[in-house]
Design a protein around this ligand. Structure first.
Ligand code: BGC
Length: 463
């Protein structure tokens, strides 16, 4: 019995360390929101070069995600996680002391590489070490760490605002980076990666440590062996139509996730609240971070209970309603005069706008935020998982970079239409989910793979 409990708690400890990657992801994304004006003063930036500060990290992330598949296949998940945390620690420090804007941008780009690598390897690792029953919850925990990172950064940036030092704001991020580095050194390698290397003995040793009973170990060992019997390489899988189906599904889901517009809030919430006439937009931004974080706890609790699809429908409906409301307010009250947005709202309308912005955050954090990462890590066949998750994660970063770069312009000139567009994406996504998304709750990865290979329709490969 105590052996059993040890297995379960070890799996959770291991997951917490891997999920630290999510924390750094969140901290790095949110860093710009609150520090950009200070950076801009130090380096005398123009509007265009300001955009590079946010954009450089996202471009780095897309490239990092591109190489992370090959890296983690070749060297193993653990080593790549160590590499990412080493890059985080060293290059965040370089950013802190950067004497010129060019060096600062280089550090942002390289930290971006680590963000991209970690955003690929951490969920992959989690999906491979987590017991099937709580797999969704553990990957949702990764998302939770992202939201904690975002919230902490909003808080920390606003608490450190009086120092007027973006360097101190950045220095804060070094602490979790160093903790992750130390933690990753203690992680076991993924049993599934061992199987892929033909090292069955090693796989069994790790599995015995992180599972509760011998039966669980035996079952998972035989399922994993079965799934890797046909040693096709990921590239060879490309000649199968069924592999293309999950590749495209993953990429589409990540594109939908980004174009719901959540990151418009993550990067530019301060501007949105300023436009809506709030005298203290930084406080509203902290509330956004808080709602995002707390809601993710609910998602963790319910994702393995109600399943992925019902929660997606629920969240997308909230996203649509709130995007439509906020869009309507901007559409009817907002004007641009000489390049400056003007809007006069009654107190009631102002508070309703804030309320619906928070409903929007809630809707995303309960559904699209965690669940897309979960599904993307679950649907790929074992042999093609590295390539599959690379494709979906890269799509996430590319769309994120597009949104991060242009949303600031859209929000300045056409905020109403921007929110209508976000709402429209949600409607399309509901139909897409109905037609193509499988319910992956409680199903083993191998079961799904068997159905996929046997030519089942995408939405039928799950439960
Ligand atoms: C998304 C990020 C987003 C975050 C917000 C994640 O699932 O991939 O782009 O910033 O959620 O919590």
């Amino acid at each position: 019995m105590s052996q059993a409990r040890t297995g379960g708690s070890l799996a959770i400890r291991v997951s917490v360390i891997a999920a630290l990657a999510g924390l750094l992801f969140g901290l790095d994304i949110a860093y710009v929101n609150g520090s950009l004006d200070l950076i801009s003063k130090t380096f005398h930036l123009t509007t265009a070069t300001k955009g590079e500060v946010a954009g450089m990290l996202l471009i780095g992330a897309a490239i990092g995600a591109l190489f992370s598949g090959t890296l983690s296949r070749k060297f193993g998940r653990k080593k790549v996680l160590i590499l990412a945390s080493l890059i985080f620690t060293v290059f965040i420090l370089l950013g802190v002391v950067a004497p010129t804007f060019e060096i600062f941008l280089i550090s942002r780009f390289i930290v971006g590489l680590a963000v991209g690598i970690a955003s690929f390897v951490a969920p992959l690792y989690l999906s491979e070490v987590a017991p099937p029953k709580i797999r969704g919850g553990l990957i949702a925990m990764y998302q939770f760490m992202i939201t904690i990172g975002i919230f902490l950064m909003f808080l920390s940036n606003s608490a450190l605002a009086s120092t007027n030092s973006w360097r101190i704001m950045l220095l804060v991020v070094v602490i979790p980076a160093a903790i992750m580095l130390i933690g990753c050194l203690t992680l076991p390698e993924s049993p599934r990666w061992f199987i892929l290397q033909g090292k069955h003995g090693e796989a069994e040793i790790v599995l015995t440590k992180i599972r509760n009973t011998k039966e669980e170990v035996d079952l998972e060992m035989s399922e994993m062996k079965e799934a890797t019997k046909d040693k096709a390489s990921a590239l060879k899988l490309l000649k199968h139509k069924w592999f293309w189906k999950v590749l495209i599904l993953g990429a589409m889901l990540q594109a939908f996730q980004q174009f719901t517009g959540m990151n418009a809030f993550m990067y530019y919430s301060t501007q949105i609240f300023q436009q809506a006439g709030f005298s203290n937009p930084a406080v509203a931004t902290i509330v956004v971070g808080l709602v995002n974080m707390l809601t993710t706890i609910l998602a963790i609790k319910y994702v393995d209970k109600f399943g992925r699809k019902p929660i997606l429908y629920f969240g997308l409906t909230l996203l649509f309603i709130s995007a439509f409301f906020v869009g309507f307010v901007f559409k009817t009250h907002y004007h641009v005069v000489n390049g400056v947005g003007i809007m006069h709202l009654s107190a009631a309308l102002q508070w309703s706008t804030l309320f619906f912005c928070l409903v929007f955050i809630f809707g995303f954090a309960i559904s699209m935020g965690p669940i897309i990462w979960i599904i993307c890590s679950e649907i790929q066949p074992l042999e093609g998982r590295d390539l599959g998750i690379t494709v979906s994660t890269m799509t996430n970063w590319i769309c994120n970079a597009i949104l991060g770069t242009y949303a600031v312009i859209w929000l300045t000139y056409h905020p109403g239409n921007t929110f209508f567009a976000f709402g429209a994406v949600c409607v399309v996504c509901v139909f897409f989910t109905m037609m193509f998304v499988p319910e992956t709750k409680g199903v083993t990865l191998e079961e799904m793979e068997l159905k996929l290979r046997s030519g089942a329709k995408l939405k039928n490969i799950g439960a």
